[in-house]
Write a protein that binds this ligand. Structure first.
Ligand SMILES: O=C(O)CCC(=O)C(=O)O
Length: 228
């Protein structure tokens, strides 16, 4: 029966649109692709007010990523520790506002992963150049840990490490591509995670770098939804 079997074998292999990283943790492949231009425009606006800087860790090391923030609260690190601040310590000004389009994207991704009503008040933006990495850590500076974390990747591919609730537990590795979104919350909210050193390359849209935006609820509890 010509024409039957060849169709089966010729079908392109589609990567799964959603990959379960845990009970309440998902990798949403390409979820941000329709919003890349909005993300890049927002990033340019944020950078004019709050340029990249390499923060120092409490232990006195300089982080390999460059960082900025937008939203009511911005994540900051220096010799005094890790914390969220309402103002950019470089300028003394409030962090640039979180653009509505980005807030909506983060809320949609969270809902897709089972977390309705996500209202981020902080967006940490990290820039990785080749060799830059993020060591294994837990996100624990946020007051509201009932809200998930939504992480959007742009540019060069990276290897994301997703571990357990103890640093020593084994980590799984996931390739993160331009436009991918990872969401973790609930029972997976406190899982250790990190990024291996970025390999050199040139991304056709973003160039020789990777940009990661993580949306969080860093201040008080999420607004209550009245429903209906
Ligand atoms: O760059 C990433 O994919 C993860 C970033 C991260 O772990 C963080 O900002 O806490």
């Amino acid at each position: 029966m010509p024409g039957v079997l060849p169709d089966l074998f010729d079908a392109p292999v589609q990567p799964p649109a959603r990959v379960a990283l845990g009970e309440q943790a998902w990798l949403l492949r390409g979820f941000a692709l329709p919003h890349v231009e909005a993300l890049r425009t927002a990033l340019r606006t944020v950078l004019r007010a709050a340029p990249w800087r390499q923060m120092r860790t409490p232990g006195g090391y300089t982080m390999s990523v460059s960082t900025t923030n937008c939203g009511a609260l911005g994540w900051t690190s220096d010799e005094q520790g890790y914390r969220y601040t309402p103002r950019d310590p470089l300028s003394g000004q409030p962090w640039p506002a979180l653009p509505a389009a980005l807030q909506a994207l983060a809320a949609r991704a969270a809902a897709e992963a089972g977390f309705d009503g996500f209202a981020p008040d902080a967006c940490l933006i990290n820039r990785y150049v080749p060799g830059a990495r993020m060591s294994l850590h837990q996100d624990k500076n946020e007051r509201d840990r009932t809200a998930p974390i939504v992480s959007v990747s742009l540019g060069l591919p990276a290897v994301f490490l997703f571990g357990g609730l103890e640093r020593t537990l084994p980590t799984a590795r996931y390739g993160l591509l331009h436009g991918d979104v990872v969401v973790w919350g609930g029972v997976d909210r406190m899982r250790f995670h990190g990024v291996l050193p970025l390999r050199p390359g040139v991304h056709p849209v973003v160039g020789e770098q990777r940009i990661n935006l993580t949306f969080r609820r860093a201040g008080g509890a999420q607004p209550l939804h009245s429903g209906g």
